[in-house]
Write a protein that binds this ligand. Structure first.
Ligand code: FES
Length: 130
């Protein structure tokens, strides 16, 4: 195994810090919640998750936190991703591959435009009345 230099360690620390920041909800105005149940993972949710992290990094989106959840009950539209953002309707996107994940970051999170061709549903909290 190759030895790490001090610069390598600093780079590693900065990368991990940034990754932790993307998962920290404090002070964030948007949440991206990815269904990572068995069927989600089988359908490519991990690749979508990584694409979200990468595109948020590339586009400088720092107001959103990214989380994973389990089964969302929507096998047929996996990978599914719920996006909640201030000033926008809560939506569930379906069939979110890597390209769609990047579009959601650029269009929804950055430019406040819905990615209409992948909207699958509204979250159940909008449907269920008290
Ligand atoms: S097992 Fe597929 S959504 Fe739950």
């Amino acid at each position: 195994m190759a030895k790490l230099t001090l610069d390598d360690l600093r780079k590693l620390r900065d990368e991990k810090k940034q990754a932790m920041n993307q998962r920290d909800a404090e002070g964030k105005t948007a949440q991206v919640i990815i269904g990572m149940g068995t069927c989600g993972i089988a359908a490519g949710a991990k690749a979508a998750f990584d694409a979200f992290l990468d595109e948020m990094d590339k586009t400088g989106v720092t107001h959103a936190t990214i989380k994973q959840t389990g089964c969302m009950g929507l096998c047929f539209s996996e990978p599914t991703v719920e996006v909640k953002m201030e000033g926008m309707p809560d939506v569930v996107y379906g069939n979110v591959d890597e390209d769609t994940a990047r579009r959601i970051v650029r269009d929804h999170l950055k430019n406040k435009t819905l990615v209409s061709d992948h909207i699958f549903d509204k979250p159940s909290t909008d449907i269920i009345k008290d």
